[in-house]
Design a protein around this ligand. Structure first.
Ligand SMILES: [Zn+2]
Length: 125
């Protein structure tokens, strides 16, 4: 499965097919966040001394530019983005031991902390 396929599945799963106008910007930001890009510096507002909203305005008015970004992302051979997006997808398949469908769930790992694991919720896998 290449990155284009992962993005297509991700878009189906998250219903993120719309890349136009302000909801398109939100969808693009969601996709980028799930790829691993978060506004960690909380720059929204200004970037340096320029309004970051200029970029948002441009993308809002130019859905083709947003589509080009999505296509460009898919063209990159980036394992990290792929893994990050795949982790947002439901797991397909079933447990070899009990036959239950595999899923993502929170598991108690040491009696204190929960950790997100992928596997069978019934068996210790
Ligand atoms: Zn099982």
């Amino acid at each position: 499965m290449d990155l284009h396929d992962v993005i297509a599945k991700y878009q189906d799963e998250k219903k993120l097919h719309h890349f136009e106008g302000s909801s398109g910007i939100q969808n693009l930001c969601k996709l980028l966040g799930d790829m691993g890009y978060h506004d960690r510096m909380n720059r929204m507002g200004h970037y340096g001394d320029q309004p970051l909203g200029n970029l948002v305005d441009f993308l809002e008015d130019n859905p083709g530019a947003m589509e080009a970004i999505i296509t460009w992302i898919g063209d990159q051979d980036n394992e990290e983005w792929k893994e990050n997006l795949k982790s947002e997808l439901p797991i397909e398949g079933e447990c070899e031991e009990c036959g239950a469908p595999l899923e993502t769930f929170m598991k108690d790992i040491d009696g204190i902390n929960l950790e997100e694991v992928h596997g069978c919720p019934n068996c210790d896998s």
